[in-house]
Design a protein around this ligand. Structure first.
Ligand code: NAP
Ligand code: GLV
Length: 314
């Protein structure tokens, strides 16, 4: 019984070391190999992957379960040789709930405290004391998505005194959070926000959702935080919305192309803050725990957690 590991962003091997170490303690009977050192490919039933290279799946004739080392599976689902009959399981939480909550809380706090206005004043050497911020209790945060990470973020924001609403496909019940569901409730969800957070999966339905018409549904001056995927956002429309003041500032962790190309206008835009897809890195030991449990479930004939519905795209 063998598992193939691959993680594209793991340049220094730290994630792999942590993942392997934890997996060897949790599932000592499982042999772990790292792509491209497949050995006898017929032994490999399981794969744990982030951004697998082309050809990896074609090399694995006996694969029975694919474990994504990520919450989002949009890129995995686009792998040209992805076998259609092998089920995929994604990380649910995966150690990402706390860092994601901290990142979003930071973004909400700096928008609420009008830090971009104060930064402009500093640049102009102006002692400006009229950026009177509304209190957290009057700073309404809307989260697109109400899944595992959005729930963690919403709880953190509620605990910090912010009114929070979420928007998802199905209605939710989360303490202190107002839930909006489906396209019919989108306008109402948008109507009184101060900060909008995107935590949707990237699917055919959500791609390009953050466009000019969406921005125009928001109150003038809403701050945007995108921690989901770059493709949710129409970049040109965001730049126009920032230039017109419809969107006051954007904190962006994800982009159409990563790394963000050197000539992209986001690098220089005075109202854009970028971070290099680090809002919530997968924790190697937590991922190993979920994968070990998934393999144990598979061996016992149970369905592992985190099943991805390919039709829905998440
Ligand atoms: P999740 O648990 O699957 O939650 C997805 C949420 O989106 C669900 O509430 C779902 O609604 C909602 N949704 C999906 N399609 C929708 C649609 N068409 N209209 C309205 N709502 C829709 O996902 P998660 O684990 O929270 O992760 C969310 C995303 O975060 C990932 O897909 C990934 O792209 C991103 N991410 C980014 C980082 C980073 O470091 N920047 C790290 C981890 C994850 P239902 O509940 O009704 O199904
Ligand atoms: C990271 O972006 C993830 O989807 O886990």
């Amino acid at each position: 019984m063998a598992l193939l590991f691959f993680s594209k962003s793991d340049r220094d091997g730290a994630f792999e070391n942590k993942f392997r170490q934890a997996l060897s303690e949790l599932a000592p009977e499982l042999e772990v190999r790292t792509w491209p050192d497949v050995g006898d490919a017929k032994d490999i039933q399981y794969a744990a992957l982030w951004l697998p290279p082309p050809g990896l799946f074609d090399a694995l004739p006996n694969l029975t379960h694919i474990f994504a080392l990520s919450a989002g599976v949009d890129r995995l689902l686009r792998a040209p040789d992805l076998p259609q009959h092998v089920p995929i399981y994604r990380l649910e939480e995966g150690g990402m709930g706390t860092p994601m909550s901290e990142y979003v809380l930071f973004g909400v706090l700096q928008a609420q405290r009008q830090m971009h206005v104060l930064a402009d004043a500093q640049q102009a050497k102006q002692w400006t004391r009229d950026a009177i911020e509304p209190a957290a209790a009057n700073w309404h945060v809307g989260i697109l998505g109400a899944g595992v990470l959005a729930s963690a973020v919403a709880t953190r924001l509620v605990n910090n005194g912010y009114p929070v609403s979420t928007w998802s496909r199905s209605r939710k019940q989360l303490n202190g959070v107002t839930s909006y569901a489906g396209p019919n409730e989108q306008i109402e969800f948008c109507s009184n926000l101060n900060t909008l957070v995107c935590l949707l999966p990237l699917t055919a339905e959500t791609e390009g959702l953050l466009d000019a018409s969406f921005f125009n549904q928001l109150p003038r001056g809403t701050a945007l935080i995108n921690v989901a995927r770059g493709e949710h956002c129409v970049d040109e429309d965001l730049i126009n919305a920032l230039d017109s003041g419809q969107i006051s500032s954007a904190l962006l962790d994800v982009f159409h192309e990563e790394p963000l190309p050197q000539d992209h206008p986001f690098w220089q835009h005075p109202r854009v803050q970028i971070t290099p897809h680090i809002a919530a890195p997968t924790a190697g030991d937590v991922a190993a725990k979920q994968v070990a449990q998934g393999v144990a479930d598979a061996v016992a004939g149970r369905e592992p957690k985190g099943f991805v519905d390919r039709g829905m795209g998440y």
